[in-house]
Design a protein around this ligand. Sequence first.
Ligand code: SF4
Ligand code: SF4
Ligand code: SF4
Length: 367
Amino acid sequence: MNTVQRSSAEKIFLWFYFPSITLMYLVYKYPTLFMEEQNIQQNLYWLGKSPSFWYGLVYSLIICSVCIKVLVKKQNPYTVGDRQSDISSYQQKKWTSILLSQSIVFFFIPFIMPWLIGDTGFWQDTYKPVGKDAYVYVYNGFTSMSGFLYLFILVPVSVWFFGKRYCSWFCACGNLAEAVGATPWGKNWVQRYTPRGQRAVKLEMIQIMLLGFALIFGLVLFLDSWKMITAPDLVSALWGFQHLVVDLMFGALIGVGAYPILGTRIWCRYGCPLAGMMKLFGTYSKSRAIIVADDKCKGIGHCSVVCPMGIDVESFAHKSRVPLHGDYGLSKTPCISCGSCVATCPAGALKFEKIIFPKATSLESKS
Ligand code: SF4
Ligand code: SF4
Ligand code: SF4
């Protein structure tokens, strides 16, 4: 085993982490469990700013500080054991993209821009019920034209060219997973606790079920908004399931709370409906984003150890240490093109295939 045991400091951290993350998300999602609605603004709007602002600020600071550290140190964050190497240009671009998307798209635009163009003071947020629902839940594609264009046009086109690179370069949830996975503890959580193997592949069925739910839910909301059905009980039951099971229990408590025991991409591999949709697009459109393995592979297996999605990368690269010249990507796996496997391979046996004008030979799998 190339990974390290938890230190005492980490164990102490975990004793506080689990209860605090559960309490934080419960208060954030269901504040009326803890106080009357009319007291929410007084109790939860610290310095006049909404809980969403503080959540977004802490979330973005964690991500941006890791990005800056990686970019300044210029060291490859994906190594097994004590081995060190320089960061690749792919990883530099990826970490720059994470830094820019998180600071501009997910913080500046939603939290600073409204104040710049509005006429209320910065420390005077108006009260709004909190909502953590995000576009990754897919049903938004049925409730607005911008959601439809984004989820059903833009995302599939990007998947065809870039695979699920969206998940490792841009998505706010993925940004946190990437950032935590590049810290010393997070790296160990990924390498030691990410579920792998055939059982992991079977568990992907959960994601297909959540995608099915998201599509049915979206359709019901669409029909309801156009008065084609009137079933308020059904709509409210579906909202209840979405809030409690999908958003709170899976998206937050397991998706973020379980980082230390299941790795950083548990939600991304088994929960996120958008990822399920991207995987379907990628499989049937034969996404052009693939990674190829050449005959330099020595069967060391570090590629599988560092994969945050728990993909058995080495099975595409060698069999009993004999190189396979294999390739893999979204059409065969839930790969998010994070590049950890490429960056960690000590033999330099893996590389991303060119998206434009790929080499024909590298697409042949001799396995
Ligand atoms: S799998 Fe979903 S939540 Fe995870 S990074 Fe991709 S889109 Fe975001
Ligand atoms: S691709 Fe690289 S890391 Fe993976 S098994 Fe081969 S030599 Fe090892
Ligand atoms: S297979 Fe490689 S690029 Fe794909 S998710 Fe795993 S580590 Fe990242």
